[in-house]
Design a protein around this ligand. Structure first.
Ligand code: ADP
Ligand code: MG
Ligand code: MG
Length: 662
């Protein structure tokens, strides 16, 4: 969840007084950083993933699955090795929001060679093993890569169990989540929780539509026994699953990826080009249909996490006239991006961009171009929500904590990351929407697919830009139940005209497509064909002469993505829904009982361990290690080569201009 600064946290009142100070110096730090690093060139493609794991405890005796709060204890051991040999250890571990979470990344970023695809999955497996070794498997402890724990916030959902503190003494004041759940070895997380609530002026409020099954009460209205001041009853909507704490969102897991550009311009271009993929990949990775013990009507976590840290005041949310606050703000600080960064993308910036005008002027006076200045001054409309005494006074030429303070609490679908001060790291972008999958195989597949998307974009100079408003509409669509099958997404029709040459009517540039067409290609409105991301990737792979082993690895991954997009395989969310639906204890009342949860997560653990191959979620042949290439894959490689050749010829005969050289 971003950087951890050491020290003693300030209260919200103190932090608020220093907000202008943090912003002021944060901007100065960015200006210095930009001045020093803007001409940095020649960095190579590097990339890496981040995966968040949940520690669960599957207790056979009680037939109950709980979240295990041993994160801090495990983390100390996990981090020991990387501290003793920092450059050589294959994994790195970081704390996450909850005591039942840990975040693992590869020890070093991967590089430009495609052969690295062969070790992605093995590294993920190694990470999981490192955690598993420290757990008590006899007592059902297991590391799951689960996007959302189905009974998060239900009575006794953790091990050990605690009571919530729904008074002002509690950081979140939640009627469901005890503060003991929040990461306890560093004050940052509790401070964030309390300050977000204080800044907002009330508890955070999350209402997710409930899935109306045949026996679900209608209207569905809950009573909350420990809601002494009635705040929850007022905030909860009928027919919705109500949640009231940061943990309901930040306590979910995801996969994030970081890509380094060769220079700032390439990073800016990747930031823009990857943005339209955020909703698409959210839909394709959908894995979180259950919240607080109920079946919901959404498949993804995004809205939940976005609301779980929404610190905007009534005024900022437009419920009252602006008096105390400066801006009316349209989105949570955890939300989709509001603007593109490249000049040639500017015509697609079509939503109201709230910026701090003074910050923007200052950045421009310092020689920063308008679009980057706007981007930073949009991030800087936010207040700092955690601040540590030791870090108040900084040397703006050397430090960047004030900049990072604001930057790292703007949790957007994409993040533009400047090089850290005094490091060998270049300009990077982070792709943040994807939900985490149960198996290392699937996670590797999504990760490799995204790396290939960046390669295709950069090598073939493809253009996927869409108006920001359409990407936002897609993000809403993506979270709907089964959007991968039924959703219609705005997507660019002609991906081969470079942004600089686009001058006509923007609305003619895109059409509504389903995920299958976007990923696998197919006819779109007006009789044209959309090439499809996987066929484009295959063309790219042929153009770079990749070795058979890597080719084979990639193929197994692409097959998974392709079949999920085509609906031949289920998303994790759909698979989980079907499992619950068929569970003998399920009463078709949208309730996930302790027993159903236990059985579901026990099965998930078996799937993760490769001991169970669920029908419809995965192919039977999964996982690519370096064993012999199975015959069916060899055949597919040959076939693919022919199909690609055919495809290329078809494309040439159609409207694709020759000079693009695909
Ligand atoms: P954050 O939490 O700030 O998003 P992390 O440090 O947790 O970032 O993870 C960043 C990811 O970026 C890791 O997968 C890491 O391997 C990868 N990474 C590290 N250095 C580079 C680099 N120079 N270019 C691209 N990716 C990098
Ligand atoms: Mg991280
Ligand atoms: Mg990250």
């Amino acid at each position: 969840m971003g950087l951890l600064s050491e020290g003693s946290p300030l209260s919200w009142e103190e932090t608020k007084k220093l907000a202008e100070h943090v912003r002021n110096h944060g901007v100065e730090q960015f200006i210095n950083l930009y001045e020093r690093l803007k001409d940095r060139k020649g960095d190579v493609l590097k990339w890496g993933d981040e995966i968040e794991y949940m520690l669960v405890r599957l207790d056979q005796n009680s037939q109950r699955a709980q979240l295990n709060l041993r994160g801090p204890e495990l983390l100390k051991i996990l981090q020991e090795k990387e501290q003793t040999s920092p450059s050589n250890h294959p994994t790195t571990w970081r704390p996450e929001y909850a005591n039942y979470m840990v975040e693992g990344t590869p020890g070093k970023p991967y590089g430009g060679t495609l052969a690295h695809f062969n070790i992605v999955e093995a590294n993920m497996r190694l990470r999981r093993e490192e955690v598993r070794k420290l757990l008590d498997e006899q007592n059902g402890e297991a590391p799951l890569s689960l996007t959302a724990f189905p009974r998060l916030g239900c009575p006794n959902f953790t091990h050990p169990s605690y009571e919530p503190t729904p008074t002002d003494a509690g950081a979140s004041k939640s009627i469901f989540i005890p503060d003991e759940v929040i990461f306890s070895d560093h004050p940052r997380y509790r401070t964030l929780t309390r300050n977000i609530r204080k800044r907002r002026g009330e508890k955070v409020c999350i209402n997710v539509p409930i899935y109306k099954d045949t026996n679900t009460p209608s209207p569905f209205i809950e009573k909350f026994p420990n809601d002494a001041d009635g705040e929850s009853a007022r905030a909860a909507l009928p027919d919705h699953i109500y949640m009231d704490a940061m943990a309901f969102g930040m306590g979910n897991s995801c996969i994030q990826m970081t890509f380094q550009g060769c220079c700032i311009e390439e990073a800016r271009s990747l930031y823009d080009q990857l943005n339209p993929f955020c909703p698409i990949m959210l839909s394709l990775s959908a894995a979180s249909p259950f919240y607080r013990g109920y079946v919901s009507d959404i498949d993804c976590r995004w809205y939940v996490i976005s609301s779980s840290v929404d610190d905007r005041t009534d005024e900022e949310r437009g419920l009252k006239d602006l008096k105390e606050n400066k801006h009316r703000i349209h989105k949570s600080r955890y939300d989709s991006i509001d603007s593109y960064l490249c000049e040639s993308s500017e015509r697609y910036n079509d939503i109201d961009l709230v910026i701090d005008q003074d910050v923007c002027k200052r950045l421009q006076n310092a020689g920063i171009d308008r679009l980057l200045a706007q981007h930073i001054s949009h991030l800087f409309i936010r207040d700092p929500v955690s601040l540590f005494t030791e870090l108040i006074n900084q040397d703006d030429t050397q430090d960047s904590d004030h900049f990072e303070n604001i930057q790292s609490t703007n949790w957007q679908t994409m993040r533009f990351k400047p090089p850290p001060v005094n490091s060998t790291i270049g300009w990077r972008v982070e792709f943040r929407p994807m939900e985490v999958q149960l198996t290392d195989f699937e996670n590797a597949a999504y990760v490799v697919f995204m790396v290939l998307i960046t390669r295709v974009i950069l090598s073939f100079e493809l253009n996927f830009l869409l108006p920001i408003s359409k990407v936002d509409a897609n993000l809403v669509e993506a979270q709907k139940r089964d959007s991968v099958l039924n959703g219609k997404f705005y997507f660019r029709k002609d991906v081969r005209t470079c942004p600089k040459q686009c001058t006509g009517n923007i609305d003619k540039e895109y059409a509504l497509m389903d995920i299958n067409t976007i990923i696998n290609g197919g006819p779109i409105e007006g009789g044209a064909d959309f090439p499809g991301m996987i066929p484009l990737i295959n063309q790219y792979l042929r153009s770079v002469n990749v070795d058979v082993d890597t080719r084979c690895t990639v193929l197994t991954y692409l097959n998974l993505i392709s079949d999920r997009a085509a609906g031949k395989l289920k998303t994790t969310a759909r698979w989980m829904r079907d499992y619950v639906d068929q569970h003998p204890d399920y009463k078709h009342d949208s309730v996930i009982t302790d027993k159903i949860n236990f059985d579901l997560l026990t099965l998930c653990n078996k799937i993760t361990r490769g001991e169970h191959h669920p029908e419809g979620l995965l192919h039977t042949q999964t996982s690519r290690t370096n064993d012999d290439i199975p015959l069916p894959l060899k055949k597919q490689i040959n076939q693919d080569d022919n199909t690609i050749k055919q495809h290329e010829e078809n494309m040439r005969m159609k409207s694709w201009p020759e000079q693009n050289g695909i």
